[in-house]
Design a binder for this molecule. Structure first.
Ligand SMILES: Cc1cc2nc3c(=O)[nH]c(=O)nc-3n(C[C@H](O)[C@H](O)[C@H](O)COP(=O)(O)OP(=O)(O)OC[C@H]3O[C@@H](n4cnc5c(N)ncnc54)[C@H](O)[C@@H]3O)c2cc1C
Length: 397
């Protein structure tokens, strides 16, 4: 079979994970990332159940575990710091609220990039300006003016995916705002955090602190209800203003946390939103990760969905001998229920956090909820793809 050239946009989690599997299956991969380098930052992201299986299949278990935050668990506290509830990371086989495999997003991105950088072509500060597909390929014009032709193009460019807008229709058609805004940034650990996360929730708002591998620092996490969200995701000054306004008077350690806002090296604020599309592919163009099926940070599953999706997308495409219609359809069929379960958990979590005395969250049916968690953590079967090329020995680990 002749060379298969795949263009992937986005080098965070989904993009490098897909590059890994595509290279192993024999494709020639180019990853373009619009940021000038690998983006640091982000809070801890979790891998549970089937996502841990994919990390093992990638041969990256040791690297990912070495990058873990080693968080022991978490405390929910009252405004005066009194502990109301405690949960441990080693509960539920390490797949609980705080997972045993918990890594800072930027650190996981670095592990995935390091494992693929010698096998895939990475181009930073680059993005697609235009693409035109025909039955045999896709002609891509980059913002730099360069033109290249690929067999397949995959958008792994996140919640605000430009590729999705270009090919699948405007952002508003596919992004569902869940009525909440979430912010993360690094602060000095002047709060005495010792391996345990702390959260304070009240009246729909929440503030929390998460330990990180560097004991002198911590990650602050703040959220508040927001029926609408109209601020551009690139307007950092407006985002900081909104955060200060909305968290004013919340009490607990919030004022001390906000005092570090202007010095934060890695401020991230975004609407809590999900992406819902009937199809994650049009012709030779497909979507992966948050671009295709964001379940929102409140699902705690964005990373798992990206990793598992990368395994299945590359596997199904290679198993179909790179026939886009068959490969993309197989990927979507295998992922569908896993995505639906995690999106449902994301919505339930938002309802729980934004519940107030007047509007309490509905009580879930425990039997249904247990089955839902099993679907969300256990995920789809991972076919071995026997007979499909796998250059694991020679190519990226
Ligand atoms: C800087 C950053 C911080 C984050 N922090 C958190 C967090 O604290 N908590 C949380 O739950 N989730 C966070 N996320 C989202 C989380 O990483 C994802 O939910 C999940 O890991 C799935 O990843 P993804 O690769 O699909 O999307 P993302 O992680 O969103 O990555 C998308 C990538 O595509 C790049 N990109 C965007 N547009 C283009 C374009 N036009 N061309 C080329 N590249 C493009 C982006 O720069 C980014 O690197 C963060 C994402 C980023 C980028």
């Amino acid at each position: 079979m002749s060379e298969i050239r795949v263009l992937v946009t986005g080098a965070s989690i989904a993009g490098p994970a897909l590059a890994h599997w595509l290279c192993r299956r024999g494709a020639t991969v180019t990853v373009v990332e619009q940021a000038p380098g690998l983006r640091p930052g982000g809070q801890a992201v979790d891998a549970r159940g089937v996502a841990k299986d994919v990390i093992r299949l990638m041969g990256l278990d040791a690297e990912v575990r070495a990058a873990c935050t080693d968080t022991l668990g978490g405390h929910t506290v009252a405004a005066d710091g009194t502990v109301l509830e405690t949960y441990r990371a080693d509960e539920n086989d390490g797949d609980g609220h705080i997972a045993e495999v918990e890594v800072l997003r930027g650190d996981l991105s670095q592990v995935l990039y390091d494992a693929t950088r010698d096998h895939a072509e990475y181009v930073f500060g680059y993005r697609i300006a235009e693409l035109v597909q025909d039955p045999d390929g896709v002609d891509v014009t980059f913002a730099s003016g360069e033109r290249r032709r690929f067999d397949l193009v995959i958008g792994a460019d996140g919640l605000h995916s430009a590729l999705r807008s270009m090919v699948f229709g405007p952002h508003e058609e596919h992004v569902r705002h869940l009525g909440m805004v979430l912010a993360f940034f690094t602060v000095p650990n002047e709060f005495g955090l010792d391996g345990w996360a702390i959260d304070h929730n009240d009246g729909g708002r929440s503030a929390g602190l998460r330990p990180v591998p560097d004991p002198t620092r911590a990650i602050a996490m703040l959220s508040f209800p927001a029926p609408d969200f109209a601020i551009d995701h690139r307007d950092i000054a407006a985002q900081k203003r909104l955060l200060r306004e909305q968290m004013a008077g919340f009490g607990w350690e919030t004022e001390r946390i906000l005092a570090h806002l202007d010095d934060a090296p890695d401020f991230y604020l975004d609407q809590v939103a999900q992406v819902v599309l009937d199809r994650w592919h049009v012709g030779r163009v497909g979507l992966l990760g948050d671009a295709a099926f964001s379940a929102s940070p409140m699902s705690g599953a964005g990373t798992g969905l990206a990793l598992v999706g990368a395994y299945l997308l590359a596997g199904e495409l290679a198993a179909s001998r790179w026939d886009p219609a068959t490969g993309f359809a197989g990927y979507q069929e295998r992922m569908r229920d896993y995505v639906a379960a995690n999106q449902e958990i994301g919505r339930m979590h938002v309802q729980m956090l934004t519940a107030t005395g007047e509007q309490p969250a509905p009580e879930p049916d425990m039997e249904y909820f247990t089955a839902l968690i099993e679907r969300a953590v256990g995920g789809p079967d991972l076919p071995a793809y026997d007979g499909v090329p796998d250059s694991a020995e020679a190519a990226p680990r």
